[in-house]
Design a protein around this ligand. Structure first.
Ligand code: SAH
Length: 218
């Protein structure tokens, strides 16, 4: 990346205002808000667009993909109820902003991205700005059986249905958060694995994600 990683007062101030905005919009988990307050979101933008980094909007990150809206990141993260030491599978690494939020909360993160260019870029950027995750390139619509079970699974792209493989890869007591719907809009779905055979599903608000593309997806 061509620009330097500097966290100026302007960006720090922007981050504080963003946290207050998210609080007003209904994000209540203080740990999630603290994580949003810590991760320099402008590091994921070209310097020309730093003035956009702390607006509550999604933004193009190349390869036709976007960095998710901060509200959406906070919303999904809140639903995951991350505890320190949780093993988390993230499907759709993108630029890695959500990954950093999970890491701030003390999770051990496995993250998979199907677009090689994004995978390569994010795998380089995150350690550089102080965040360590396990990066993989490939189709995450089948989850990642090799590293299962996971305490939490988060899908950051819109799925046509809940892939069975992901449910199997959840630990008992684990939570899957996945947007499910058509290509235009999806409902946020959370699934709690109560036992090896029982699940509790809750359908929440409407969002618009880029599509989950793969074997068990679009
Ligand atoms: N988590 C990101 C948002 C990424 S957008 C953030 O913090 O901003 C969703 C990402 O999912 C895109 O980069 C897209 O390429 C990726 N994706 C779509 N289908 C996928 C699949 N089957 N496996 C892995 N990644 C996928």
């Amino acid at each position: 990346m061509a620009y330097k990683y500097i966290d100026n007062y302007r960006e720090q101030g922007g981050r504080k205002q963003l946290v207050e905005l998210l609080r007003k919009k209904g994000i209540a988990d203080e740990q999630v808000l603290a994580a949003i307050g810590k991760v320099p979101r402008h590091y994921f933008f070209d310097e020309t667009f730093w003035n956009q980094a702390y607006k509550d909007i999604a933004f193009p990150i190349g390869e036709g993909q976007t960095i998710s809206q901060p509200y959406t990141v906070a919303y999904q993260t809140e639903l995951l109820h991350i505890r320190k030491g949780d093993t988390v599978l993230e499907i759709g690494t993108g630029c890695g902003y959500q990954t950093c939020i999970l890491l701030e909360l003390g999770a051990k993160v496995y993250t998979i991205e199907r677009q090689e260019k994004l995978y390569i870029r994010t795998k380089q950027v995150l350690p550089h700005i102080g965040y360590k995750a396990n990066f993989f390139c490939g189709d995450g619509s089948k989850g990642m059986p090799k590293y299962a079970p996971f305490n939490k699974i988060i899908v950051t792209a819109g799925a046509p249905f809940v892939p069975e493989d992901m449910l199997q890869q959840l630990a008992v007591g684990g939570i899957l958060v996945i947007p499910v719907g058509d290509e235009q809009s999806q409902k946020m779905v959370t699934i709690l694995k109560v036992s090896d055979t029982d699940y509790e599903k809750v359908v929440l608000d409407t969002f618009r994600f880029v599509p989950l593309v793969g074997d068990r997806a679009w």
